[in-house]
Design a protein around this ligand. Structure first.
Ligand SMILES: *Cc1c(COP(=O)(O)O)cnc(C)c1O
Length: 227
């Protein structure tokens, strides 16, 4: 696993350099869904510290099993409102806020815990009915409304483009997310921090880094195929 991680980090750095970016601007979220706590521990031993999970219950078990390590956990799956309270307990960053209702529930639960929860707004750029995310035209309004919530801090945008065999086909979606981020940033909405762009997975992360990703979410290239 050490070699796989080394290779992924090299590929991220090379993509950043091709785009004239500082590789230090790009964070790696190692996506651990379906993989056991032992695999996470091995990745942590190899130097990784940020891990992404899609399901609250699965994450909770692993986080408990790895409580002796100093890790940061991100939630990257679809979050149901009735799970928001657990998510606020467990995660430093929630990548997948897709509605004001969900943002309000996160705010309520974070307030109870005297926490300000960092979140990203997930955007469904392909307007795919099977994927969650705010529409491209709704994202700015969602940021504006959610920014009024005291216990939620909007840090940027996340997207999952439609699946393509060729990463170059995903590139226009990554570029579109970056432009949307810049447009929302230009609105200078109080309480909206458009610094983060979460985009790029095993099949397409180099294109995402070239287009401005600040978080790439990578599972398969590190842990192998999921069962
Ligand atoms: C599973 C998953 C990933 C990682 O996908 P890989 O192709 O294994 O790198 C990234 N983002 C989200 C939202 C995921 O669900």
């Amino acid at each position: 696993m050490k070699d796989r991680i080394k290779r992924v980090l090299e590929r991220i750095a090379e993509a950043a350099e091709r785009a004239g970016r500082d590789p230090a601007e790009v964070g790696l979220v190692a996506v651990t869904k379906t993989h056991p706590a032992a695999a996470v521990r091995e990745a942590a031993d190899a130097g990784l510290s940020v891990f992404g999970e899609n399901y609250v219950q699965e994450a909770r078990d692993k986080i408990e099993a790895l409580a002796d390590l100093d890790l940061s956990w991100h939630f990257i799956g679809h979050l149901q409102r009735n799970k928001a309270k657990y998510a606020v307990d467990l995660f430093d960053l929630i990548h997948s806020v897709d509605s004001l209702k969900l943002a309000k529930e996160i705010d309520k639960q974070a307030a109870k815990r005297a926490k300000v929860q960092d979140v990203l707004v997930q955007v469904n750029l392909g307007n795919e009915p099977t994927k969650s995310g705010a529409g491209q035209d709704e994202a700015a309004d969602l940021c504006r409304e959610a920014a009024r919530l005291e216990h939620v801090k909007i840090r940027g945008l996340m997207t999952m483009p439609p699946f393509f065999d060729e990463p170059e086909k995903a590139r226009p979606f990554f570029a579109a997310l970056r432009r949307l981020r810049d447009r929302i940033a230009a609105l200078s909405i109080e309480g909206v921090f458009m610094e983060a762009l979460s985009m790029g997975m095993t099949g397409d992360f180099e294109a995402a880094v070239e287009e401005g990703a600040t978080w790439v979410r990578i599972g398969t290239a590190i842990f192998g195929e999921r069962q």
